[in-house]
Design a protein around this ligand. Structure first.
Ligand SMILES: [Zn+2]
Ligand SMILES: [Zn+2]
Length: 346
């Protein structure tokens, strides 16, 4: 996906590339939507029809194609590279970091991603296709759990339907890539998980995260996190402190807890500590990352992508892990799929 400007890219691929670059630059969903919607509208049409419509100026008669996206398509049809793409490639297409590339090469997948079934901006299949294009062997789909109503957390019923969609999607793939079934399950105040055991048991992998009462008393927060880590369904401890360091949601300090005890519990139970790659999270903070390293924890480097272009965020986490000198063998998403699934079965 980072191959830069390609004159051979067709209209749909060009629109998707523009959307990818905007998402990678953390543009608001509404700015990206026009390009994703237009790509979806053109996908079922043949090249001849797209060319004919571009010639006749009737692209905008299609639902989902507006003036600016029609202009992009017309330029592609005419054999030109659209200015919009050129300027975005210049502005946002470059390397995101100066480090982490070697480690990123070793990652085989991503364990934390959201679709438009919860608070993500794109359909499940678009997340999966983009993960394939980034070279992954697997992506774990981890939409939110019921209690996170502002993020449209999935009820038992909706999660059940989602699992059927994931099965159907995998049937259409050649087996070189697998969309894995997962969840980002809320850690409730008492440390229990916000989904039924029966549903959690149907998943390949579960990320457990704190999203509420971040200012809880440290002793209670420690007990809450240790209880979640001890739950046999928990595989990954998501964005450990919950802090926000930048971005349009503002900043907030992380929760406070006895990090040594929490990481010792994670090491004991084989739960991976997530290195959350989102630039506004950078979680855990470096001191905690180094503590978890010294205690001997496993790690996962996750994008926590809420849009396809954000799947590229993993490089930020790789840069931090590399700087902290974390052994790639201890990063579970450097493992092949079968080894990952064995581990996640606990
Ligand atoms: Zn989360
Ligand atoms: Zn998430």
């Amino acid at each position: 996906m980072n191959s830069g400007v390609s004159p051979s890219r067709g209209p749909v691929a060009t629109l998707r590339r523009i959307a990818f670059l905007l998402e990678r630059a953390r543009a608001d969903t509404y700015k990206v939507k026009a390009f994703r919607t237009a790509a979806a509208a053109l996908l079922p049409l043949g090249e001849d029809e797209i060319s004919a419509r571009a010639g006749a100026g009737t692209l905008t008669d299609l639902a989902g194609v507006g003036a600016s996206t029609a202009k992009v398509v017309a330029q592609v049809v005419a054999g030109e590279i659209p200015e919009r793409l050129t300027s975005l490639e210049e502005e946002y297409g470059g390397e995101l970091t100066s480090g982490g590339a070697d480690l990123r090469q070793r990652l085989r997948g991503d364990l934390h991603s959201h679709s438009d079934w919860s608070d993500g901006g794109s359909p499940i299949e678009e997340m999966a296709f983009t993960a394939m294009e980034l070279g992954h062997d697997y992506l774990v789909l981890t939409d939110h759990s019921p209690r996170l109503t502002i993020a449209h957390g999935l009820s038992v019923d909706r999660l059940g339907r989602q699992l059927a969609v994931v099965d159907a999607l995998n049937e259409h793939l050649d087996g070189g890539f697998t969309l894995l079934k997962g969840i980002e399950v809320d850690i409730l105040d008492d440390g229990s998980l916000d989904q039924t055991d029966a549903m959690l048991a149907r998943l390949d992998l579960r990320v457990a995260s704190v999203h509420s009462k971040l200012k809880m008393d440290p002793a209670e927060m420690t007990a809450r996190m240790i209880a979640a880590i001890g739950n046999p369904f928990t595989n990954v401890l998501g964005h450990v402190t919950g802090r926000l360091v930048t971005g349009n949601r503002g900043t907030r300090p992380g929760s406070t807890f006895d990090a040594r005890r929490v990481f010792e519990a994670a090491a004991e139970h084989g739960v991976a500590v997530e290195i959350n790659s989102r630039p506004e999270r950078r979680d855990p903070p470096t001191k905690l990352l180094e503590l978890a390293r010294d205690i001997g924890c496993l790690f996962s480097i996750d994008s926590d992508a809420h849009a396809p272009g954000q799947l590229d965020f993993q490089i930020y986490g790789c840069e931090r892990a590399e700087a902290a000198g974390i052994d790639p063998e201890r990063i579970v998403n450097t493992w092949p799929k079968e080894r990952l699934l064995d581990w996640a079965r606990r």
